[in-house]
Design a protein around this ligand. Structure first.
Ligand code: 7MF
Ligand code: ZN
Length: 861
């Protein structure tokens, strides 16, 4: 690599040189030549007679200072430097851009003929010259001029003017009264179908709600609308936060790099995160759409009204908003299921990130390409850090902290420290040590030892926190550990102890700490890290009997699930250790599973989770070097054993339980457990052909896909027939076909890679669409360890080949799918060599993007 992009450091933060109160933008839209005029007053914060503005790939056609042409300027790389300027002046810059040629899907681009924008994090600089940094807040007036064939010309805020122009054009003028950073700017122009509704806020104002979708998709918009209204109501009730504009717009587009974007008053969504009806969307899709609509809506206060000082503070808005969307989902649905979801995401993706070369604190200190830091660490671990504060302060304390945060910082661009200070000051809590969670990376490990003294009735818990030896100084963190003690009957023992908060939480502050409980008349069973109260790994020598006891008697569904996960993990580890020995599911675990089925929990979806074993990535965390084949075999073997043990009860449940196809929680749960059952039954010698065929012809996508997934994952002889039929039935709907691509990619059979290569030619596949790429190649690399890690290296090559193609086309997308290649150090020598060879090859391609450079460089050096 000859050219080395430069990293930016948090410690080098400098406040902006100028202030901008207001910016006036005009867009004259055209695919090859869109003319952007930006007019704004700059006021210097210092004595400087020059200014530096951000701009990338712009053609500068005119520059005026106080209305007069100005020639004292230079364009150097991504900066426009203007000299000889007064301390306060009006700048007018005219630039030209070509949305049609923009395949990066950042800045202003075309999605199937419609104009749209994506500016977070640093995309506004691809639109015009400006201070493209989140601490420059301005009000915006935007005039959009477009052809009459684009009936909707949208931007942030309120529509203030519109009219006809010559040459078959028209214009609309928008005004956003709230100050915002450039990353929240949005523009959309196109022809759409529109779903409208209104929401009456708690103070009695009517807010107009609009969802814009591609022509013909109107019937898929109502679920997003319901989700939006629920979000608005929930934020008023739980957080006392009311919406502030008179209009809220959502636009769904097919070409989008991520899930969605919270632009003020004008959210842009990946169509996959909006569109749903029962024939095309699964129950899971319905759930995800609701939570993403919520997430973007909640940003209006946590992100937009109070924003980030700089991008190192990303978790300020993202960790907090993920916490809020998790709470929203939990208040509206099942708290336990949502917690299981969040914990699975942490263990599957975040722990892996923390153990790989891209490990970083939730507040990174060094960044080359900001787009690389929209990570599970910043988002999900960030949300866990917020959740720990919630655990420590309680709901009331936390809400008092939120109130103070908004009182102090509404309209400002602030830091993570500002947030924690509000929490500390509002509750009189010392959170100094807690703040270390923002700067320390790696997954802490809690080593636990217990001791019971029968004569004195004393139970001792000793916890040591161990931090991976990494570059930064590793110091003890402030960790809330929720616990529960169960007696031999399975009854919860009341915890009376001066250091126990809310009856269940002990606080670790030292490297090693001991907690002694008195008056304990028999040796209790210890439930540790209840509800995943801190994002840690746990090391405690549980016996099978203890875990079974917890799985049967713990007071929360979460703790029972967790105990089962640990039981499965133990079994897998034993199997990996002694593969030659015949593997049988322990009698105790079999008995627990049967008993859980006999006394089904109220929520059958929980039961489906109880019988789902940890995935490959989660299990990998337990190994210094991942034993690929042994782990894949052990997973298969454990599933076979569970299927064998539960065969009769699953058959009975599958045959004897009906649902009406509704979206009620009850029906959703039945579908979840029936699908799990069908998969396990397909693994046994039971004849499931009729069930598979019947379910595959269902008009409900959850059922249909459940049948296909069972057939494919269990390698059932019906799979090809069912998959072909699905293709014929659905190849007119690309979002549905993504599910089909993902199933093909996760297929463990040896023909998988050849199959993927031939699917590149499928009429529905398109390398320039991130949804297609993620469905097919992303799924393969993330969720098909057996084929991805093939010993002939074909899996690594498949991924690297595609990344080569995407490097120029869409750097963000290329950078997002490379992740599984980076952790080569976790594998055996042979695989390491093969993975590294692909990374070496990638590192030498011409015009390597900053995005890929940063990741490959970190992995190799
Ligand atoms: C729920 O955070 C959770 C996370 C940035 C883009 C959406 O609102 C966002 C945007 C990325 C990764 C995940 C999410 C988002 C982005 C997301 C969406 C819904 N500010 Br990149
Ligand atoms: Zn977000």
């Amino acid at each position: 690599m000859t050219y080395k992009p430069q990293a930016k450091y948090l410690k080098d933060y400098q406040p902006p040189s100028h202030q901008v109160e207001h910016i006036d933008l005009t867009f004259d839209l055209s695919p090859q030549k869109t003319v952007v005029t930006a007019k704004y007053q700059l006021e210097a914060n210092n004595q400087s007679r020059s200014v530096e503005l951000d701009g990338v790939d712009l053609k500068l056609t005119s520059l005026k200072v106080n209305g007069l042409p100005h020639t004292k300027y230079e364009v150097i790389d991504s900066k426009l430097i203007i000299d000889n300027i007064p301390s306060k002046f009006e700048l007018e810059v005219e630039t030209e851009i070509a949305p049609e040629l923009n395949t990066s899907l950042e800045g202003l681009y075309l999605s199937d003929g419609a104009y749209c924008t994506q500016c977070e994090a640093e995309g506004f600089r691809k639109i015009t010259y400006f201070f493209d940094r989140p601490d420059v807040l301005a009000t915006y007036t935007v005039t959009v001029i477009g052809d009459n064939s684009f009936p909707y010309l949208l931007s942030n805020g309120n529509k203030v003017e519109e009219g006809k122009l010559e040459n078959g054009k028209h214009y609309v003028k928008w005004q956003d009264p709230f100050k915002k950073p450039s990353y929240l700017f949005a523009l959309v122009a196109g022809e759409f179908d529109l779903l409208e509704d209104t929401f009456k806020t708690c103070s009695g104002r009517d807010v107009k709600l609009q969802i814009f979708v591609d022509k013909g998709n109107l019937s898929k918009a109502p679920h997003a609308m319901e989700s939006l209204k629920k979000s608005m109501k929930w934020d008023e009730e739980r957080f006392n936060l009311e919406y502030d504009l008179d209009i809220y717009m959502i636009v769904a587009v097919d070409f989008f790099n991520m899930g969605a974007m919270e632009n003020k008053g004008l959210n842009v969504f990946n169509s996959a995160c909006v569109l749903a009806n029962q024939e095309t969307a699964t129950d899971r899709d319905y759930h995800v759409i609701e939570s993403i609509v919520g997430h973007e809506y909640f940003h209006n206060w946590t992100g937009n009204r109070v924003t980030c000082r700089d991008w190192f503070q990303l978790s300020l808005k993202e960790g907090l908003t993920v916490f809020r969307d998790q709470e929203f989902s939990s208040d509206l649905g099942s708290r336990a299921l949502n917690r299981i979801d969040a914990v699975n995401a942490m263990r599957t993706h975040q722990f892996a990130e923390d153990a790989g070369p891209m490990a970083h604190p939730i507040r990174p200190e060094k960044v080359i390409e900001m787009n690389n830091f929209y990570t599970v660490t910043v988002y999900n671990k960030g949300a866990e850090v917020i959740r720990m504060m919630h655990t420590l302060l309680g709901e009331l304390g936390f809400q008092n902290g939120m109130k103070l945060y908004f009182e102090r910082h509404d309209g400002q661009a602030v830091t993570c420290d500002d947030f924690v200070n509000s929490m500390a000051d509002a509750t009189g809590t010392d959170l100094t040590q807690f703040k270390l969670w923002y700067s320390q990376f790696g997954t802490p490990k809690l080593k636990v030892r217990t001791q019971y003294n029968k004569t004195q009735g004393e139970y001792q818990i000793e916890i040591e926190q161990v931090h991976a030896a990494q570059d930064s100084v590793q110091v003890p963190l402030h960790i809330p550990v929720a616990i529960e003690l169960l007696d031999n009957q399975g009854v919860r023992i009341n915890l009376e102890h001066p250091e126990v908060r809310q009856g269940r939480v002990i606080e670790l502050k030292a490297a090693t700490q001991t907690f002694t409980f008195e008056g304990v008349s028999e040796e209790p069973t210890l439930v540790l890290l209840e509800d995943f109260s801190a994002p840690c790994l746990l090391e405690y020598d549980y016996t099978v009997a203890q875990l079974c006891h917890i799985a049967m008697f713990a007071s929360s569904d979460y703790a029972r699930w967790e105990a089962l996960q640990q039981l499965y993990t133990q079994q897998i580890r034993e199997y990996v250790k002694g593969q030659e020995v015949d593997f049988v599911l322990s009698k105790e675990l079999s008995a627990v599973l049967l008993s859980l089925f006999a006394n089904k929990p109220k929520d059958l979806a929980i039961l489906a989770e109880y019988i789902t074993i940890p995935n490959f990535d989660t299990l990998s965390a337990g190994y210094e070097q991942v034993p690929v084949e042994a782990l894949c075999n052990a997973i298969d073997e454990l599933e076979n054993q569970i299927a064998h043990v539960l065969k009769d009860v699953l058959t009975q449940f599958y045959r004897g339980t009906q649902e009406s196809g509704s979206l009620s929680a009850g029906d959703v749960a039945i579908r979840a457990l029936k699908n799990r059952s069908l998969y396990y039954l397909a693994l046994t010698d039971a004849d499931v052909s009729t069930s598979l065929s019947m379910q595959a012809s269902s008009t409900n996508m959850t059922n249909k896909l459940g049948a296909l997934r069972s057939a494919v994952n269990a390698n059932h002889s019906l799979q090809n027939e069912l998959m072909e039929h699905f293709d014929k039935q659905w190849n007119h709907d690309l979002l549905v076909m993504d599910k089909w691509f993902a199933l093909q990619a996760a297929n463990k059979v040896d023909s998988c890679i050849d199959n993927i290569l031939s699917l590149y030619e499928h009429p529905c596949f398109d390398k320039s669409n991130p949804n297609r790429v993620r469905a097919l190649v992303g799924t393969f690399a993330r969720s098909n360890p057996k084929q991805f890690h093939r010993e002939d290296g074909a899996g690594y090559k498949l991924l690297a080949d595609l990344i080569c193609e995407l490097n120029q086309l869409n750097p963000q997308n290329a950078s997002r799918i490379i992740t599984p290649l980076l952790s080569f150090k976790r594998f055996d020598e042979k695989r390491q060599g093969l993975m590294k060879a692909q990374l070496d090859r990638l590192s030498s391609i011409e015009n390597l993007s900053d995005d890929l450079f940063e990741k490959i460089d970190k992995a190799l050096n």
